[in-house]
Design a protein around this ligand. Structure first.
Ligand SMILES: [Zn+2]
Length: 396
């Protein structure tokens, strides 16, 4: 566990008068932002398509090189290469700021044919436009705005664009954690919540467990007493687990897939269930994992195996509170209201929050319909979000 660092004092270094200048500089660049967004969305990058993700990564890299950033590819054999962008490129002392984003989307190759990039009614639509190509555009315009304003970041900023966030960050987790340990704060460009652009200051920890029951097959009519009914055992276990739910505390255990049995006259010898696990607090997460490990068979002769557990720890509010206070003050100085919310889903911000690093999530685009045919971003909010990120980078 790294030394935990206190979130920066929100009053000492705030330069609220300068913040509106950033927004004033970015507002006229909205069409420019849209041009880059269109280019990004049209470069499809499904998590499982290495060649496509790499192509998109090279496109993003060339944008950053134009800004004078130092760009490194972290090569991957199966997944797309991760992109590590250091900006400004010159040497800095002390702890850095880490900005997290991802190159991959949940949309398979060819989605553009029936879901083309388009702008209508103040929205930009397209696969991955909101989650999170809009966030990537916001980041590069934020950096550019600071350069143009002659207002350098006080710290080195590392933008880490990973290739596998949408499928659990298997190849990027260690990299994210390594960069996070060098950081004073972590800013995450996941989509904002709601059309008012709320930041995400709490996320539930998420996981997946599997209950595997083995019984004994027998004829359901001739000798049922010789069998051990795996489905019966599984339902008893699920009934017991259902009592662990505590929505008020943010704890849910939901069976999401069940399987079992072979034929309608056979006592089933095998059954399994997949459980979706969520917890708002780290202590509840550990408690749930303990309880799962402690499960024992109920029916005589049944065997029970439990696999899996939590993969992303919860992001607790205390790790984001100070950063949120600062972000809200900067937004207010620029003339807009910023709120916060909690969400049941995990993100890479959960990983850095678990290291007790100040982490602020939901700094990406404002919009709706992530992972759906209706995915869109609010065009008007793009300059605001870029200005907000720029102001954070300049004052942290
Ligand atoms: Zn995302």
């Amino acid at each position: 566990m790294p030394a935990s660092e206190k979130a920066p004092d929100s009053k000492k270094t705030l330069d609220l008068e300068k913040a509106p200048l950033l927004l004033a500089g970015l507002r006229p660049r909205r069409d420019e932002m849209l041009q880059v967004l269109a280019k990004f969305v049209r470069a499809e990058s499904p998590s499982d398509g290495k060649a496509a993700v790499d192509r998109f990564g090279r496109m993003v890299a060339s944008e950053w090189r134009k800004l004078g950033a130092r760009v490194q590819f972290v090569r991957q054999r199966q997944r797309g290469d991760h992109l590590r962008v250091v900006w400004p490129a010159q040497a800095f002392r002390g702890r850095q700021i880490l900005v997290l984003g991802h190159l991959d989307t949940v949309y398979g190759l060819g989605t553009l044919r029936h879901m083309p990039y388009r702008v209508a009614h103040g929205r930009a639509f397209g696969p991955g436009v909101f989650d999170m190509k809009g966030g990537l555009v916001i980041a590069q315009f934020a950096a550019d705005a600071l350069a143009r304003a002659g207002w350098p970041s006080r710290r080195r900023v590392v933008f880490l664009w990973t290739s596998d966030e949408e499928i659990g960050s298997g190849t990027s987790r260690a990299l994210i954690e390594r960069e996070a340990r060098r950081s004073a704060a972590v800013l995450v460009l996941e989509p904002a919540s709601g059309l008012d652009g709320r930041l995400k200051t709490q996320r539930k920890g998420t996981g997946r467990a599997e209950l595997i029951v083995t019984g004994r097959a027998a004829h359901a009519g001739i000798n049922p007493q010789d069998g051990v009914n795996a489905i019966h055992e599984l339902t008893l276990q699920i009934g017991r687990i259902a009592r662990w739910n505590n929505p008020q505390r943010g704890v849910t255990v939901s069976p999401t897939v069940v399987e079992g049995g072979t034929r309608d006259n056979v006592i089933p010898a095998a059954a399994r269930a997949i459980l979706d696990l969520r917890a708002q607090r780290a202590s509840d997460m550990r408690d749930l994992e303990r309880r799962l490990r402690a499960l024992r068979p109920i029916l005589p002769g049944a065997k029970l195996e439990v696999q899996g557990g939590f993969s992303r720890p919860p992001m607790e509010r205390r790790t984001s509170a100070a950063l949120f206070t600062r972000a809200r003050a900067l937004a207010a100085a620029m003339g807009f209201v910023l709120d916060e919310t909690s969400t049941g889903g995990g993100s890479d911000g959960s990983l850095t929050a678990a290291l007790r690093l100040p982490t602020l999530d939901g700094l990406g685009a404002v919009g709706e319909g992530a992972h759906s045919a209706n995915e869109s971003v609010v065009v008007r909010a793009l300059p605001e979000r870029a200005a907000l990120l720029a102001a954070l980078l300049a004052t942290l």
